[in-house]
Design a protein around this ligand. Structure first.
Ligand SMILES: Nc1ncnc2c1ncn2[C@@H]1O[C@H](COP(=O)(O)OP(=O)(O)OP(=O)(O)O)[C@@H](O)[C@H]1O
Ligand SMILES: [Mg+2]
Length: 313
């Protein structure tokens, strides 16, 4: 991943200065150390006036904008032959039927398909919340199919973020306590500026001290989305993250998720029924009867809608 970022940096204009570059004569480079993930947030000093051997410099205070990161193709999570069977005999349901799929690092992938096609089951099995009947799932370099419960707990705590269909907020905690819970559990310090911008985007600033029972369904959903984004986990699995929101609130959250993916390298896998929501993704994967039957890259709402019509007819 780091290689890809360096490559992206080299392609940018000569105005951009890298961490290891030598400054030109008369220039100094000031690192802005608040984001070790991004290699370009440097300020550049340029010569303004030069007299009698002394150089005055003008520090350009505007932070160099983050680059548009390249689309990574390495997989953040993969499934091979993933099969999940619920029940036995007459009540047996094949929820996943030999699914092979890769979710690329630094991409927003949408999963679509009819109700009951296995979307949530796939998310739960990918995220180590449920075990496959057969096949394997890897997150990064960890094969979670053979991981112990303890390894899974640590993986979920330190590397994954979730938005569930049933939000899973802790009822006794306030909204802000729910949002920072994963970091509190992991013992990591929140990046306050980032958390504030997440809260602002999801429109929760005025409800932070309320408990889930005092929030509407849409507000609870926003808390769940903010909680997943706040700690910038390695991967976020989001099951219909905008399902209870009106189109304006949904669009704001989707735009923010896309920003986190494009500008900060976040990886997100999102289930949705909404072709407009899916069009925010880099790629859409279509499930039917527990099988991946198609996919689209750089989708438009119309292309997604056409595909869904084809699959349901
Ligand atoms: N715990 C369970 N026990 C038995 N069957 C289950 C269980 N969970 C899911 N199923 C069945 O597995 C299939 C896939 O369910 P899943 O929840 O993954 O669908 P989905 O695509 O997420 O649907 P929706 O869009 O309605 O959320 C369905 O037929 C469902 O009834
Ligand atoms: Mg579901």
């Amino acid at each position: 991943m780091a290689t890809g970022r360096r490559g992206a940096k080299a392609d940018r204009s000569e105005d951009r200065i890298g961490r290891n570059d030598q400054p030109p004569d008369g220039c100094t480079i000031t690192p802005v150390p608040d984001d070790p993930e991004i290699e370009v947030p440097y300020r550049r000093s340029v010569p303004l006036i030069s007299t009698e051997g002394s150089t005055m410099t003008l520090l350009l205070t505007a932070r160099t904008p983050a680059p548009t990161l390249p689309k990574h193709t390495s997989a953040a999570a993969s499934a091979r032959g993933a099969t999940k069977i619920y029940g036995r005999g007459d009540t047996e349901v094949v929820a996943l039927d030999h699914v092979d799929v890769d979710f690329a690092t630094g991409q927003l992938t949408a999963i679509m398909g009819p109700s009951g096609s296995g979307k949530s089951t796939l998310m739960h099995c990918m995220a180590g919340l449920d075990r496959l009947t057969a096949g394997s799932v890897t997150i990064g370099d960890l094969d979670i199919s053979s991981a112990s419960e303890k390894q899974l707990t640590i993986l979920r705590r330190d590397r994954l973020g979730f938005v569930f269909q049933a939000f899973n907020l802790v009822p006794t905690l306030t909204a802000i306590e729910n949002i920072t819970l994963p970091m509190d559990l992991a013992g990591t310090r929140p990046d306050r500026a980032w958390v504030e911008s997440v809260i602002d985007t999801v429109g929760l600033s005025h409800r932070l001290k309320h408990r889930p029972s005092e929030l509407s369904g849409g507000q609870q959903q926003r808390v769940a989305v903010a909680r997943a984004l706040a700690s910038r986990p390695q991967i976020i699995f989001a099951d219909e993250p905008t399902g209870n929101l009106d189109s304006t609130a949904g669009a704001e959250i989707l735009a923010f998720m896309r920003h986190a993916v494009r500008d900060l390298g976040q990886t997100i896998v999102m289930v949705t029924h909404d072709p407009v929501a899916a069009s925010y993704a880099d790629r859409v994967v279509f499930l039917t009867d527990g099988r991946i039957v198609d996919e689209l890259t750089d989708p438009t709402p119309d292309a997604v809608l056409d595909q869904m019509r084809r699959l349901t007819n």
